[in-house]
Design a binder for this molecule. Structure first.
Ligand SMILES: Nc1ncnc2c1ncn2[C@@H]1O[C@H](COP(=O)(O)OP(=O)(O)OP(=O)(O)O)[C@@H](O)[C@H]1O
Length: 587
């Protein structure tokens, strides 16, 4: 019921006038067949009886012609109105969906496959479902009006006829509703397969994967996997189509038997003179129309039912509770003045996953730099996610000047943080836009930020300077592709654009750079970082050595901490790693 209300609410809100037009057109269209049948009866009986004169037949014949014109024109009006309804509802539904998605403060819903499937279904349903449901409901009402008119007509010709034809259609209705549920379950089953299939399809056509696929010769293997998923999807659909045909076959045969019996009775009655020729015409139209109408009602009910079941996913997303608890009113996140502390932080992505952080305690001092180093998978990027409050710690807390960050509005907290993530985004937009996205109201300082990141010269020399598209994906002639290191500098400029962030997070900011560029960028970072509180994650220990504090994370626990010299003297894990890297350079 909630889904019905939501769909109607959307349609009414988005397109009240087209919706009213569709309902009116449907009601008129519904009345046309029964009107035509009775007018035909009138014409036939007048022709067969005493009133053969042209004037007597002219009026019902003219009305019959008008009904024919109406029947020809109305479907086109309906199609226009439905098109408009679809566009407006699609726009509103999409807008509401992404407005809701934007309110998800954390990352859990984007990193959980089940939630991603739901989001994908919601995207599909938001566009199509409301229109399909409205269309099915209107078609259902239209069929119901037509059927009611013809059942009344049958009743006049012989009450048992009306009852028999109605009862004959009930099994079809029940079968359709059962099938609707089965189809919606089948869609749930095929959605993850479709998501994986489109992942393979994307890989096979993507410029990023093209090199590896060709070099490793994995194209055939990926294509085979894609084919396997599509075959599984097809098998499910085939099974469902067979089931549909089997479930609909018997009820259709019952209805056809009843129709045939009724017709035989009608012909006999006309031969006996109990029914007129006109009555027989009405009977023939009525049997076909009632059966067609009832099948239409069953099909429309099934379509509406199936789409309403799918629409539940749209509602799940648009009415989902907040993924992270946000205090209301939240405490204002003040400018950092003492530092950020992780106090006995434990974290795992879900109860099914292992612990990633196991009792981490550390402090990023105000105005100082903390370098976080450690093996792959040690939990460094996860710790960054907790600092930005993309997740809450499973146990323990992250304190901002002594206040648990759960007490702040996440958006306000994030306005105080600048970051370059390891997996930064390459936006298919212009160079200026790629940087301006760091802080849209600071777009005037794009060149300054690019200069600080050492990429101004590169961007200014592009065919359209900062207005050059950094992609050739849209077929623009002067779109360009930057190198990995140039992109990294653009991402850095995006972070530098942010006005004086209280915390600067740099997760592998120079991993794609050549040694000279790395040195330059580190100089830029050092200049930019000066006096700022920052967290630097790097596998290149040469860039970590100047940090005020170095923390070595190993298997989710702090294995060592101290200054560079102190850790070298301690001759532990850090010293071992540093010496190995240094030896690699002087060998
Ligand atoms: N969204 C996720 N869901 C489940 N597990 C995850 C998720 N993200 C990371 N992990 C797991 O958490 C652990 C720590 O990952 P994390 O990315 O924090 O390591 P890292 O120290 O940054 O590694 P690297 O140096 O390779 O970047 C890994 O075992 C990883 O598989």
């Amino acid at each position: 019921m909630a889904a019905v209300r939501a769909v109607l609410g959307l349609a009414l809100r988005a397109a009240p006038v087209p919706l009213l037009g569709i309902v009116l057109a449907a009601l008129v269209t519904a009345a046309l067949p029964v009107t035509a049948a009775w007018l035909t009866r009138d014409v036939l009986d007048r022709l067969a009886g005493a009133h053969r004169a042209a004037p007597a037949v002219a009026v019902p014949a003219a009305l019959l012609a008008a009904v024919g014109v109406g029947a020809a024109v109305l479907p086109h009006v309906d199609r226009l109105l439905c098109g408009e309804l679809g566009r407006r509802v699609g726009l509103l539904a999409q807008d509401r969906l992404y407005a809701r998605v934007n309110t998800f403060a954390g990352l859990a819903r984007f990193e959980n496959p089940a939630e991603l499937d739901r989001l994908r279904l919601a995207e599909q349903c938001g566009q199509d479902t409301p229109v399909q449901v409205v269309g099915a409901a209107v078609a259902l009402a239209q069929s119901a009006v037509t059927v009611a008119g013809f059942v009344a007509s049958l009743w006049l010709l012989g009450p048992w006829l009306a009852v028999a034809v109605l009862l004959g259609a009930l099994p079809a209705l029940a079968a359709q509703l059962r099938l609707a549920r089965a189809w919606s379950e089948a869609t749930l089953h095929t959605t993850p397969l479709e998501r994986r299939e489109s992942f393979y399809a994307h890989l096979l056509g993507s410029v990023q994967a093209a090199k590896e696929i060709r070099l490793f010769g994995t194209g055939g293997h990926l294509r085979e996997r894609m084919r396997r998923d599509r075959t599984a999807i097809n098998a499910t659909r085939r099974r469902m189509e067979l089931r549909t045909a089997a479930a609909q076959g018997l009820p259709a045969a019952v209805s056809a038997g009843i129709a045939a019996g009724s017709l035989v009775w009608g012909v006999h009655a006309a031969a006996r003179g109990t029914l007129t020729v006109g009555d027989l015409a009405v009977l023939t139209s009525a049997i076909a129309a009632v059966q067609g109408g009832l099948t239409g009602i069953a099909a429309s009910a099934a379509v509406a039912h199936q789409h309403l079941l799918l629409f539940a996913h749209y509602l799940d997303v648009t009415t989902a509770p907040p993924d992270l608890p946000v205090l209301s009113p939240a405490r204002p996140a003040g400018a950092l003045s003492r530092g950020i502390e992780l106090r006995d932080v434990w974290f795992r992505y879900s109860e099914q996953h292992d612990w990633v952080l196991r009792g981490v305690s550390l402090t990023i001092p105000y105005g100082g730099t903390l370098a976080l180093v450690g093996d792959n998978g040690a939990g460094k990027s996860t710790l960054v996610k907790l600092l930005c409050r993309f997740y809450d710690p499973t146990r323990g807390s992250v304190l901002w000047d002594g206040t648990d960050i759960r007490q702040f509005d996440p958006a306000e907290l994030r306005r105080r943080i600048g970051a370059v993530f390891q997996d930064f985004v390459r936006y298919d937009m212009t160079a200026a836009e790629n940087i301006a996205l760091g802080q849209l109201d600071n777009a005037g300082r794009v060149a300054e930020a690019a200069r600080a990141a050492g990429v101004h010269g590169t961007l200014a020399a592009l065919p359209r300077g900062y207005d050059t598209l950094l992609t050739r994906a849209f077929g623009e002639e002067d779109g360009v592709e930057l190198s990995g290191g140039q992109w990294q500098r653009v991402a850095l400029a995006r972070a530098f654009l942010r006005d004086d962030p209280d915390l600067l997070i740099l997760d592998e900011p120079t991993s794609g750079l050549d040694p000279e560029a790395e040195h330059e960028v580190h100089e830029a970072i050092r200049r930019h970082r000066r006096g700022r509180t920052s967290l630097l994650i790097s596998h290149r220990l040469g860039s970590a050595r100047e940090a005020d504090l170095i923390v070595v994370l190993q298997g989710g626990v702090v294995a060592e901490r101290g200054g560079h010299a102190e850790l070298l003297a301690a001759d532990g894990r850090y010293a071992g790693l540093f010496r190995r890297q240094a030896a690699g350079y002087v060998r």
